[in-house]
Structures are given as structure tokens and as C-alpha cells.
Design a protein around this ligand. Sequence first.
Ligand SMILES: [Zn+2]
Length: 728
Amino acid sequence: MKTRLLLGLLATELAVVAAAAASLADTPWFEHALVGMEVGPTGAQFGHSDTNDTRYCAKFDGREIVRRCVSARCEYVVIWARDGDFAYYDSKLLLKAPGLGTRDPLRETVEEARQHKLPVIAYCVVQQGGHYLAAHPEFEMRDPQGKRIGRFCYNTGYLDVMKQIVTEQLAYGIDGFHIDMVDQGFGPPYGCWCTNCQARFEKRFGKSMPKGVTWDEDWERMLEFRYQASDHFEKALYAHIKALNPRASVDFNYHGNPPFSWEAGQLPVRHADNADFVTGETGMWGFSALTVGLNAEFYRAATPGKPVQVAISRDARVYHNQTVRPLADLRWELLTLLAHSAFVTTVDKTAFDGGLDSVAYERVGEAHADALARRQHFGQQPVAEVGLYFSSRTRDWLGREKPAEYFQSFQGAHKALVYEHIPWGVVLDENVTLPTLKRFPIVMLPNVAILSDPEIELLRQYVSEGGNLTVTGLSGCCGRWGQVQGKSSIESLTGARLVSKLDSLDNWVRFPSSQASTLARQFAPDGRKDWPFLVKGPAMVCEATSATPIGELMRPYRTVRQQQGKEGTEWPMSAEAVVGPAILINPLGKGAVLTFAGSPDFATASEHHIVEARRLLRSAVRFLNPRPRVQITAPTTVESVVTDDPATRTLRVHFLAYNTPPQTTPLERRPYVLPALLEDAPINRVTVELGCPVKRAEAWNQFTTIKRNGQRVEATINDIHEVIVLQY
Ligand SMILES: [Zn+2]
């Protein structure tokens, strides 16, 4: 029976497979790849490594790398071709890694990959100190005093050198480039004041450069000048590669999302869109468990309609340390990114001699096989209830050299939504439009201090036509250069007048029993009245004009020593006096604006992340959108991601469990601990309730128990990842 069925299917199946293969061959690799690996050596990553140490890369073998990647089910391989010290091929321009001798790993890789029809992408660094920069001071960035600062300047002949380098690599028949480190550094000293830059700046603006970081009109020109330098460099390199081979893909590693700021020289949208697709990174080594999903959605918002690639590390701590993460830990990050519709490169940094770790390839291969089996459930369109608004202008001019304080509000809002299982997306000020806003029933402005007139008009239109806005912190209260204004620029939206900014972060909220309205009951945590609770973060004292005020914002006590400036205020002090309302609700046209005078988002990401502060955001969302399309309950250790396939009327709810075991006291900087590695597949109970009838509900894992009751589905999951598929 089975054989006959198979035979019956064979002819049509073969035709389908052949057609699919033909159409795959026509589309670029990055439009259909799900998983791949990047492989590069360890030992020259800090630059200035010994040029005679023939042990380095002695076993870095392109053929072996390809064979291992194929066995690990990779759909492409990114091979290390150039870093700050060496080329890993026969280059006429660059020093070759000493242990390679006459071998050429790039050629080995391309030849072997051809046997397997595996696309080969060359990894090529732009910005890294090492032998090349040391030999070429004429390409080096300068500080305002003219001192060399250890980075390449993009306004020098280095662009021509980079063009020659990629030309050499392209001649090998590679399928594309992953170009890393197109940054201008991630902190001081800043560049660039070289003679080239000074001349170009004067020509462009008719003025000389500011003498340093001045945060004024001159600095605004300098910021634009820096952004333009990176932008021009990327565009020129992209055009050069495409002129030589239009089929070769180009992607730049991206530094436009938090925690990166103006220092790196990138704007979130302007610099994300300079390639065929954007590539970013996640991982505990530099980010957090929560920002795995956040980064993927940020990249998507920066490059709407394009694929998104994310690189993760196979190492348990950070790249280049040869430790291997447990399978559960790898699966969690990989599947989280796939659920957010990214495709994923797992980075393997080899041993010093270039040898490969068989356990690493075994585990990555197992994670890949598992991901590929679930392939049909990835890549659908995201469903989001709340759009998180990110302002690059606020990043630059409120954040200045301490952008983390601004990021804290944005990331805290994101954290609250993830913990509360409210589907979310990202909205960016650079490319926001009315249709973008209208994708979300609610748009949240987390401490968006600087809003331009066109942005405010767009928000007004969005609300008048039925959208809902949530506003926190200093949103709308700062001028173009980040100074607090006497008047909020969004008073006509919030229906509240700005009285003053509190100079404290340890601010409090209370719902007095004298306010007996159902609204106050809805926002008071667990209905608790007369209890002040800390909502740490920036706060504005407001007075309602047309809005309805709810609850009380309270300022903290200041000890005499604090008033005298002899004691810091980092440690929160208890609530002293009421200074204004905590929440203001203003109906506007067909929608409404809900303003928090304080910052429940900042509080949620802060060290004083009490649950009650976060619940304020949940209450706001449910107040503004009482009947959402999807309502999810799950433990806070589980992230949920919702997607829709309208053509087949299929909603998918992905559940990703981050059940990290407890850690012990760290060696230094108590109490800051790194999270432990995931080892187990946990058991979690979740529910999904749709706002419409459910025709069918299915789970992917055969061991998941699932029960449907009308529009509500309950499931007990025993895995890192599950996807509940709902026909509606
Ligand atoms: Zn320069």
C-alpha cells in the first residue's frame, strides 16, 4: 500500500521538486537560505599577531571546512578571507597568514563547495587595527589634536584599497561578501579630524570642523559628516562589487541598533539599507537574551521587505574561545531568530592552528536539522499589537555620550511586552509612514524626547483615524538639540500641560482610595490603593487640560546631604509628596492618547524592575485595545511570537523557553552575573485565545498536549520551541 502510494506520487512529486529546484536556482541564495555557518581562525583577532608564527592557521583547510559545514546541514558557508592582520588567500596586497604556506583556503573552499552546490560568502573586515593599518598611517583617523586613533578613516585612499581587496576575492568565483566592521569605533576617542576630513568638511559646509564633541549646531554638521562618510563608503563598495559581478551578494555587518549609537557612525535606517540585506548579531557575549528577538525585529523595521540575517556564536562565552554551547542553548537562540523570520549564521572560530571542533559541528548540525524540519513554520508575516517607536534623533541628542539611558526606556517597553505576551513590532523615526503606524492598534513612544513637527502630525493623524498612543517619560518635551523645553510639543495630543521635569529618577506612583473610578481600579496594581510603588525613570509633572487624570506621581525624599550634593541619588529614596497625576487619558478623534507622567518602561529595564511598574504598561495596552486579535498566557520565561498567513488563514504562535538555571556569585563585580547556559527542555503550560472562531489547532511536537475549547487553546509543551498552528 505504502509503496503503491509512493509510486503514484512519484511522477508529480518529482516534477514539483524539479520545478522548486529550478526556481531556487534563479533566486539569490539569501532569499531561501535558513541556516549557515561562518568559519574563521582564532589568534589574530586582536591584531598585531606574529607574522612568523607558522603554527597559526597551519590546519585552516577550506575543503575540510566545507565538508563539515555540509554535514552540519549548512545552506551556505561564510569563509574568513581577510582580517586586520592577514589575508587567508594568495593576496597581492595583504600579508598572508603565516601557517598557510603555499595553501589557499579561499580557493580550497570555493572548489570543494562547488561539488556540493554550496554558496560561498567571503568574510572581509573593513575596520580593524593590525598590520595593515600600522603600515598605512595615511589611512588612519585622527583626533582633534591630530593624534592617530587606531582606526581607518573612510575619507582616505582606503576605499580604493578595499575595492582592490574585494576584486581579488571576487576573482575566486565566490557568491558574495559579508563585510564586517564598517563602524567608526564604539566610543572615544572619536574621529576624524585628519586633513582629508577637514578639507571635505570645509568644502561641504563652508565652515571649519568643531574642535571636539560640542553638542551644538557645529556638532550637528559633524554628525551628518560622519554618517555621510560611512554611507558613501558602503555605497561605493557595493557599487564596485555589483559592477564586477551583479550576482554577488553584499551585506554589511550592522551597528545601527541599541546598544550602538552615533559613535559607530550609523543611523538605523540609512545604513541598514545599503546592501542586499542587513546582517546583525545577537548573543549573550554583547547583548542579552531578550534582545535576540528585539534585534531581529529592529533589523526588519530598518529594511522592510528584505531578508534579515543574524549571526550567533557557537561559543559558550564569546567568539574565539573554542567552548561549545549545549544543544538546548544553541537551539533556543537559533529558533528564536527563525521564529522572528530571520535567517541565521552560526559563527565558528577555529582553534589557533585552524583545526575544527567535531563536537561543535555535531551540535550545530543537530540544531540545524531540527530547524530545517520546522522550516514551513518560519517566514510568515508578523502580527503585532504594539509598535515600539524608536527615535534616532533622541538617541543622538538626548542620549549623546550616554545613550544607554534612552535605550533603557525603549528596551524596558520591549521587555514588558515580551513578559506580558503582547505581540510587538518596531517603528523607526527615519522611515515611519501612516501605513506603518496603522499596522499597530497601539503605538508606544518610550521616552521619545525629540519629535519633529512632521512626526507629530503623523501621530495626530494616526490617532484621529482610530490609532492609540502611549506616551512615557520625556516624550515630546525636548527641543531639537535635546534641551528640555518649557512646553511639550505634543500637548495637543496628550491633553496635558507640561509643568516641569523632575530631576529625580527614583519617582513613585500611587492610586489613592479617594479616586474611586473604575479607571483608577483598572490601573492600580491588583486593585491595591494608597500604596506608593517605585516607578524608576524620567518623569514630568503635568497638569490635565482636556485629559482625564488618574493616580498620583510622587517625588522622592532628598536627605540634607543629598540636597547639599554630598551624597549620590543612585540609591532610591522613599516617596515624599504628590506632584501631579500619574496617568492622563485623552480621547482624540477616533483614538486616544494615554500618557504616563513617569516611565514604567525605564523602570522595567532598570535594576529596580518591580512587577507592578511593568503591569502599568499591560493595563494601558488592555485599556486602549480591550479586544485584541490574539491573547496569550505563558510563563515569563517563555517568549511568544505570532505570525499570520492570510492566504491560508493560518495564525502561528511560536513559544520559546528561556529556562536558565541559577548562577553562583561571580568572581568580580557582584552582583552582575552572566546567565547560565540552557541545558533542559522545560515543561510549560500556555494558552492562546483568538478574537475569532478557531477551526483547527495543531502543535508541531508530537509530545505536546493540546486542547481546544471554543476560541481558546491550551497546550502543555515540553521543548525549547513549539509552534501552535491555528486555522481561523
Ligand atoms: Zn579622516
